[in-house]
Write a protein that binds this ligand. Structure first.
Ligand code: ADP
Ligand code: ZN
Ligand code: ZN
Length: 761
């Protein structure tokens, strides 16, 4: 087809269309008519796609002068339009997206789109204002009233940087009651008008923490010297393994100081930032005169646009954000240091395409930017531990002691099997030991954190009859429905599926045998109700934090502020409360059920349990006096629980790596998971078998294939799911295999490819 206006093509562009199917990994070539020049790689255009020439957004990958060689009878289509308003991707970011698309076998178009937040693309928050200034050559034949003269004098006395100024601000400065003298001056050309566009966003008050420790510990000094020496010496990777409360953040701050003193930018990634507000408060408090851009999903659209633009204009000294901040529009040469805090955290992994891990993309960025990267954790991921202790591709730095002024909590394990109440079914929510400790802590004015990693009121609704066995399941998923109360103290409730969000009323009787239905197990709502009934403190001193209570980022801020001020004395929550909280008056941490991850059919079950238990226990002992952590479990002999209670990470990690090696699972090998989805069980099974056969036909050595099987959750939202995993000894052999696989398998709605998967459900 010739171009829309029958114009000749003067150049040719390779573009990636924005579609969720990995159909054209290398892009498509289109002609560029003269009127669209200049056109650069990284720009967004609209191209005709398919037989119907549907206008489709696409990213320009590269431009060249020569026409492509075509099969006889075929013609090159032309780009329709270019998107002028959008900021183009930087060349380094374009390269990063192309790498990411290859490494994670993700469609190229969406990988590129991931680099540019929606609000930037849409231009959200851009406001154009009229500002005024003194005219350079004002007409002299105009009569100036006394009020107008005040305006002119005020302007003349303002410092240069304050000009041009908003009319309303000028009105105030000149002490005027109305704007009309200013309007008259504009009309008489005594004042000049400027139209200025900027991105405006309102911010909620961010608490700052500017405290500086009097003296660094020897361990801290050693680490700062060792890593500091690598700033400006090219790529290097460091694992900072420091027990909770050992002062890792202080190390980050000192290293950032060094890096930005060289005129560069520091990139700091934290797990979901709205969950780690204290880290943000400390960074912002310690760099009051530096420009810090904050990027995370809880910002408003205008805020995101504004912060992104700050980075893109080269004005940020520090970029602080969650997972996707790894794509901040920084040029490689600008980047001087990258820090990934709590590097083990699973929120760094995105669970839809492109299924990237922010930590690993950050390592890639450090490598191309030739700068040091620091991965910090009290409970490093097995991958990072392996890299530092077995592969020697990363340097291990240790902080073995807590910072001065902090004490290690004494940790106790309670065997819940011995807590059975006589004559009753089931087990109490609180063991007698935890109950006593709560009362004691409340009596001595301490604060308490309680963890239960399960939302809702009751995780199961079942028939009261022992012989019936009926349980309420989601109509659309192979999962039980979770009972939620509408309000904490209200009896009426509903059930919700945590996989597809379907909700329904709870049946009063069992549909199979008409007996009564009962609620089994406890989620955070039930524990909250129990605490309100049983504790002898005013109800407003008890609060709950989970994704049901924190729909807005400000909810979380408010609760944490109230906890910090001592207004809340018992804070109950899901893993949200396990991350980075630093409150000195927490004297007791209770883990209501340490077993929520332990039995998952996932080779990382033990690692997750260790991390969760250890991280929550680390939230106490951050002030004066002693502190206690109590772990309730039905598996008191599980190594993860025993070792977490003794803070013996290295023993745990050594044993765990041995197990991973014996089982040949990551990090002892590389893994990719293929998930096949379809509308019927049989069809899904057949398609999964055929996918395996095709994968096995690829000419690649050293690949191991698992059998095809239904997923642990075989059906979600009426889609049946099968999976298979492929493993190989090295990343290189895995990549060779995947690039071949990508030519014959189109990932999209029906086949998901997850490279380096974290979830096996
Ligand atoms: P981590 O990130 O390793 O859990 P933090 O950086 O949060 O530890 O430090 C824990 C607490 O100890 C913080 O309140 C911090 O201000 C304080 N701290 C850090 N280093 C020192 C030091 N050298 N002397 C005294 N206090 C310190
Ligand atoms: Zn469901
Ligand atoms: Zn029944």
């Amino acid at each position: 087809m010739a171009g829309l206006f029958d114009e000749p093509s003067v150049k040719y562009a390779r573009v990636a269309v924005e579609r969720g199917v990995d159909q054209f990994p290398d892009g498509l070539t289109y002609g560029v008519p003269e009127r669209l020049l200049p056109l650069n790689a990284g720009q967004l255009v609209t191209v005709p796609l398919g037989r119907g020439n549907t206008p489709t957004s696409a990213w320009v990958l590269s431009i060249r002068d020569e026409a492509p060689e075509l099969a006889p009878g075929k013609e090159t289509k032309q780009i329709y339009e270019k998107d002028r308003d959008t900021i183009a991707l930087l060349p380094d970011i374009l390269d990063l997206a192309i790498w990411m698309s290859q490494y994670y076998c993700a469609p190229i178009g969406p990988s590129l789109s991931t680099m540019l937040p929606g609000p930037v693309r849409q231009g959200t928050g851009i406001v154009t204002r009229q500002l005024v200034d003194l005219a350079e050559n004002p007409p002299t034949d105009v009569r100036i009233t006394p009020k107008q003269q005040v305006v002119l004098d005020t302007l003349a006395n303002l410092p240069k940087h304050a000009l041009p100024i908003e009319p309303s601000a000028l009105m105030k400065l000149a002490g005027l009651g109305s704007k009309s003298p200013i309007d008259k001056l504009i009309a008489h050309k005594q004042l000049r008008c400027h139209r200025v566009s900027r991105i405006e966003a309102t911010w909620f008050k961010q608490a700052l923490d500017a405290r500086v420790p009097q003296q660094l510990t020897d361990e801290q000094t050693n680490v700062i010297d060792a890593i500091g020496a690598t700033v400006n010496t090219g790529y290097s990777s460091h694992l900072l393994f420091g027990v909770t409360g050992s002062g890792k953040t202080e190390i980050y701050i000192r290293l950032i100081q060094q890096a930005i003193a060289q005129g560069g930018t520091a990139l700091v990634l934290v797990p979901e930032i709205s969950l780690t507000p204290q880290t943000a408060a400390r960074l912002m408090g310690r760099f009051p005169d530096k420009r810090i851009a904050i990027l995370h999903s809880a910002l408003t659209k205008s805020q995101r646009h504004q912060q992104w633009a700050l980075v893109a204009e080269g004005k940020a000294d520090i970029v602080l954000g969650a997972r996707s901040a790894v794509f901040a529009p920084l040029q490689d040469e600008q980047l001087k240091i990258i820090i990934v805090d709590e590097e083990h955290d699973h929120s760094y992994k995105q669970d839809n395409a492109p299924r990237y891990n922010g930590r690993d993309v950050a390592i890639r960025r450090a490598w191309t930017a030739k700068c040091p990267i620091i991965l910090g954790s009290a409970t490093p991921s097995m991958e990072s531990w392996w890299n530092a202790t077995r592969r020697n591709v990363s340097t291990l730095h240790k902080l073995t002691k807590r910072a001065p002024g902090l004490t290690a909590p004494s940790i106790e394990v309670v065997d819940m099997r011995k807590e059975r109440i006589h004559g009753e079914i089931g087990y109490p929510i609180l063991s007698s030991r935890l109950q006593t400790a709560i009362n004691q802590t409340l009596a001595t004015e301490g604060q308490i954190l309680l963890l239960l990693n399960r939302r809702g009121f009751a995780p199961w609704i079942a028939c009261a009859s022992r012989t019936c066995g009926w349980m309420l399941k989601c109509d659309h998923c192979d999962a039980s429905m979770v009972y939620h109360r509408k309000k904490p103290l209200e009896q009426a409730g509903f059930v919700r599926c945590h996989h597809c969000s379907t909700e329904q009323r709870v049946p009063k009787t069992c549909p199979d045998c008409s007996k009564k239905v009962i609620q089994l197990g406890a989620g955070t709502q039930r524990v909250e109700a129990f605490l309100r009934e049983s504790l002898q403190i005013p109800s407003e001193q008890i609060s709950r934090l989970d994704t049901d209570t924190t729909r807005k980022a400000s909810d979380l801020h408010t609760t944490l502020e109230r906890f910090g001020a001592g207004e809340i004395r018992v804070l109950l929550g899901t893993q949200m409360i396990a991350k980075g909280l630093d409150f000195p008056n927490v004297k007791l941490v209770g883990i209501i059920d340490a077993d929520t991850a332990i039995d998952l059919p996932d080779f990382r079950a033990s690692e997750r349990t260790y991390q969760l238990v250890s991280q929550v226990c680390g939230r106490c002992g951050r002030g004066e006096g002693s502190a206690t952590a109590i772990i309730q479990t039905f598996s008191p002999d599980a190594p993860a629980i025993i070792l977490a209670s003794k803070t013996e990470y290295e023993t745990f990690a050594t044993n765990e790596l041995q197990f991973r090696q014996n089982a040949f699972v990551p990090p002892a090998c590389r893994m990719a998971r293929f998930i096949i989805k379809d509308n019927s069980f049989e069809r899904t099974a057949v398609r999964a078998d055929s996918l395996l056969a095709r994968l096995q036909s690829i000419d690649a050595i050293g690949m191991t294939f698992s059998p095809v099987a239904p997923c642990v959750l075989p059906r979600i939202a009426d889609r049946f799911r099968f999976d298979l995993t492929v493993t190989s000894a090295t990343s290189q052999s895995m990549q060779n295999f995947l690039q071949e696989a990508r030519k014959i398998i189109k990932s999209g709605r029906d086949v998901a490819i997850d490279v380096d998967p974290l979830s096996m459900l």
